[in-house]
Design a protein around this ligand. Structure first.
Ligand code: CU
Ligand code: ZN
Length: 175
């Protein structure tokens, strides 16, 4: 039975475009759960692709339209309103903004756009110079909180984008 694990490792390496056998792709996930009185939920996955961290979000139970979406500094969703997750994750001490702005927090993912059914998907790539999937380090997002908000991120109001209440909260964990 020794050949089976070797075959699996080879398949993983080929799929990930890896050059070695010892470095499986690093991925992480946050399961988003509704805050008190809300129904918003979903799954957000993170994977490293070269010098980018690719974020894929699938969220449901939203009102149609725009909803601010950010990493927050604490992986603590225990409060009924998720205020326990703290403010925006901001290890570089920058201003809040759109991901396309020159200055923004590494975890400013912009807005989710929910359709008429209340479902939103978002795929965004963030430079690995801003956020990492490392277990430690200032830019590591592992163990941090992830929040979906009730209102649009205006990309201007400091330091939050004025995105309103927290509809769903999750903790980013390595897979
Ligand atoms: Cu937020
Ligand atoms: Zn921010």
């Amino acid at each position: 039975m020794k050949i089976i694990p070797i075959t699996l490792l080879s398949a993983v390496a080929v799929l990930a475009g890896c050059t070695g056998f010892s470095t499986p792709p690093t991925t992480a996930e946050a399961i988003m759960k509704p805050t008190q009185g809300n129904t918003t939920s979903g799954v957000v996955s993170f994977s490293q692709d070269g010098d980018k961290i690719v974020v894929d979000a699938r969220i449901q139970g939203l009102s149609p339209g725009l909803h601010g979406f950010h990493i927050h500094e604490k992986g603590d969703c225990s409060a009924p309103d998720a205020m326990s997750a703290g403010g925006h994750f901001n290890p570089a001490g920058t201003k809040h903004g759109a991901p396309s702005n020159a200055e923004h927090h590494g975890g400013d993912f912009g807005n989710l756009t929910a359709d008429a059914a209340g479902t939103a998907t978002l795929s965004i790539a963030i430079p690995a110079s801003q956020i990492t999937l490392s277990k430690s380090g200032a830019n590591s997002i592992i163990g941090k909180g992830l929040i979906v908000h009730a209102d649009p991120d205006d990309y201007a109001t400091q330091p939050t984008g004025n995105s309103g209440k927290r509809l769903a909260c999750g903790v980013i964990n390595l897979n």
